[in-house]
Design a protein around this ligand. Structure first.
Ligand SMILES: Nc1nc2c(c(=O)[nH]1)N[C@H]1C(S)=C(S)[C@@H](COP(=O)(O)OP(=O)(O)OC[C@H]3O[C@@H](n4cnc5c(=O)[nH]c(N)nc54)[C@H](O)[C@@H]3O)O[C@H]1N2
Ligand SMILES: Nc1nc2c(c(=O)[nH]1)N[C@H]1C(S)=C(S)[C@@H](COP(=O)(O)OP(=O)(O)OC[C@H]3O[C@@H](n4cnc5c(=O)[nH]c(N)nc54)[C@H](O)[C@@H]3O)O[C@H]1N2
Ligand SMILES: [Mo]
Length: 586
């Protein structure tokens, strides 16, 4: 199993909709015990847990597409591709092949070529290609590979690689994304419905890719490309934000902060005095899940969980639901919004609907009161094997895919038809602006990775407990290779200034040898605490660039980021962002 970005267990404790089962570690160990050879292709060795035997192939960040293309080059030139599979199940192989061999652009994607980009020795690339061709191989990549310039390419190329190997549609093989990104990937939960609300139609018929928010605020009315469409940014006067911390998650926060200030009114629902709340005109204190009753349910988890209130709402906090209902009341729309249900009635209604669906498909579950008393419903594991795309591979004509050709597209006429210079019709290597091979690396020689934090979910509960205890002199830890630190006269526990021409933050040095030299890791989530243009706490998004992955996806490119670090010897500024707000009586 080739794991691009490894299988970092810290990420597997999270799942949208709640996790009743932490299955990533057990399944990974199970696979290792069963004799599956695991290969961690990542700048960071710890992306595979220490107790799981695995080979580590260090790779320069954001060069995975180059490695995949070189693997394809070996498979093609040594005639190890599965021609029968390519003929039956794919379209456009000839186009991709011509590109890999350099017939279209004059650059054959040889192991030599890829070694220069990836830092992986030529021999290892060649043997790796032979190994994956010679043994049944599963491919996976962390979602983070997409959060980079041209982030569409590694995912498309990994799928293409699985197609060249003819492994798609076979048990335990093929390609699956995010096996190390979140709990429940590839879970053997049956195909059951979930407890949940239906989504409302978007009557305004207006969307933007979420990573383009700064562009939207800066350029009202401007046109931009997105996934084959030409869209226009709305003129945004009012920002209403509930459930999310843009001053945690967005890239290039100094630029974002200026753009955010252009809105006339900003309303934020928050349980905590976060940086987003601090940048709002009106903050409506919201309850946390601990202050209300709710139900957790996810299509990737075998448990439906009763999330019971633990404490009454604190201070003036109210449920988001109650806040919205009151606002709609002022518009004369309360009843249409609530459908005359309070929280308890909604939970009973949503659970009841699911209860009936489950009964109809032959899997009766307890009624609401029994569920609530027990605290959970456990859904059975599937008895049969689930093999994605097996039906398609068995009979590609009858089970056509939802692509233009109905097949796995190694060349897409649809995407080629968009005419994008940054996302053509087949997987392509583009030289990023920011990576260790860029001219800019002369000035900013460290590639900064901003992984998910091991000590919290994103920015949540940063001020307390495990998150607070992980800080180095109150700053977010930055992991540096010992040689990079030594070259800068840095020791473990030092506070450094991390900077580039977009911004700067402080961070606390942690040393390692298990990471590619030239790579620095500063996890996301330290609350943004800007003091004179310096985030004194360590939010890495003051450093990241805010451009789209390409005109196709317009996703964020947080992982494409070069920086330099230097010791911070001045008096240490106090981290103030965790302090509660000043209030007045009355
Ligand atoms: N503890 C914890 N778990 C979480 C979250 C959290 O905040 N905290 N967030 C959850 C959410 S919302 C999501 S979307 C998922 C995200 O899941 P991912 O996107 O998979 O998580 P990351 O930690 O960003 O990246 C995984 C690993 O990829 C490696 N990596 C980074 N860049 C490259 C590269 O260019 N090439 C290669 N080969 N490897 C690279 C990094 O070393 C990193 O450890 O995590 C979820 N799980
Ligand atoms: N540099 C860099 N940036 C990244 C990433 C990266 O890899 N690198 N990863 C990205 C990814 S994958 C993600 S998913 C985003 C995550 O970004 P966000 O989802 O914006 O981050 P959170 O910190 O989870 O924000 C959730 C907020 O909701 C509040 N909250 C909790 N419960 C409730 C509630 O019931 N009601 C209300 N109203 N509020 C509540 C919390 O206090 C918290 O402030 O970050 C992205 N940003
Ligand atoms: Mo995410």
């Amino acid at each position: 199993m080739l794991c691009f970005g490894g299988v970092p267990l810290r990420n597997g404790q999270i799942i949208n909709g709640g996790g009743g089962e932490h299955d990533m570690g057990p399944w990974l160990r199970h696979a290792a015990k069963a004799g599956v050879r695991l290969i961690n292709i990542s700048p960071v060795k710890a992306d595979m847990p220490e107790d799981v035997p695995a080979e580590w192939i260090p790779i320069r960040p954001t060069t995975d597409t180059a490695l995949m293309l070189a693997l394809a080059h070996v498979l093609i030139t040594e005639d190890r591709v599965d021609h029968a599979f390519l003929d039956r199940c794919t379209s456009g192989y000839d186009r991709l092949r011509a590109y890999v061999l350099g017939e279209t652009d004059g650059t054959p994607k040889t192991p030599d070529w890829a070694a220069a980009e990836t830092g992986i020795p030529v021999d290892r690339i060649v043997t790796l290609a032979r190994e994956v061709a010679g043994a049944p191989t599963m491919l996976t990549a962390a979602w983070s590979l997409q959060r980079a310039e041209y982030g569409e390419q590694p995912f498309w190329m990994l799928a293409a690689l699985a197609a060249l190997l003819g492994s798609i549609g076979k048990p335990g093989l093929g390609v699956g994304f995010g096996h190390g990104s979140i709990a429940g990937m590839g879970t053997i939960r049956g195909d059951f419905p979930t407890v949940g609300m239906s989504a409302f139609p978007n009557r305004a018929n207006s969307i933007i890719p979420v990573a383009r928010i700064t562009d939207m605020l800066e350029n009202p009315g401007a046109e931009y490309d997105y996934n084959g469409r030409r869209l226009r940014y709305p003129d945004t006067r009012l920002i209403y934000w509930a459930g999310g911390n843009p001053f945690h998650h967005h890239q290039d926060l100094n630029r974002f902060r200026r753009a955010w200030a252009r809105a006339e009114t900003i309303v934020v629902h928050e349980p905590r005095w976060t940086s987003a709340a601090r940048h709002a005109d009106i903050v409506l204190p919201a309850t946390t899940t601990l202050e209300r009753d709710d139900i957790a349910s996810s299509a990737r988890d075998r448990f439906v969980l009763a999330m019971k209130q633990v404490v009454p709402p604190q201070g003036q906090a109210r449920d988001d639901y109650a806040i919205c209902a009151d606002i709609l009341d002022a518009m004369g729309l309360r009843e249409r919004f609530t459908e005359q249900r309070d929280v308890d009635a909604w939970l009973r209604f949503l659970y009841g609907r699911w209860h009936d669906q489950m009964g109809r498909i032959g899997h009766p579950v307890p009624d609401f009161d029994a569920f609530w008393a027990e605290g959970r419903v456990e859904l059975p594991e599937r008895a049969d094997d689930v093999v994605p795309l097996a039906e398609f591979v068995r009979d590609p004509e009858r089970h056509r895919l939802n692509t233009g050709s109905g097949r796995i597209e190694l060349f897409s006429e649809t995407i080629a038809g968009f005419g994008y210079d940054d996302c053509p019709g087949h997987p392509t290597w583009f030289t990023p602006r920011e990576y260790l091979g860029a001219p800019r690396a002369a000035q900013y020689p460290l590639h900064l990775l901003t992984a998910q934090p091991a000590t919290r979910l994103h920015s949540q509960m940063d001020a307390v407990g495990v998150s607070r205890d992980s800080k180095v002199r109150g700053r977010e830890p930055i992991w540096l290779h010992a040689d990079d630190a030594a070259a800068r006269g840095l020791a473990d526990g030092d506070v450094v200034r991390v900077f580039n021409d977009r911004g700067a933050c402080l961070a606390g040095v942690r040393l390692t040898r298990d990471q590619l030299p030239g790579v620095a890791v500063l996890p996301t989530g330290a609350w943004y605490d800007p003091q004179d243009a310096l985030c004194v706490h360590g939010n890495p998004n003051v450093l990241t660039q805010d451009i789209g992955t390409s005109k196709l996806g317009q996703g964020p490119v947080a992982q494409s980021c070069l920086v330099e670090v230097e010791r911070f010897d001045g008096p240490l500024p106090q981290v103030t962002v965790h302090a509660p707000p000043a209030t007045t009586e009355g």
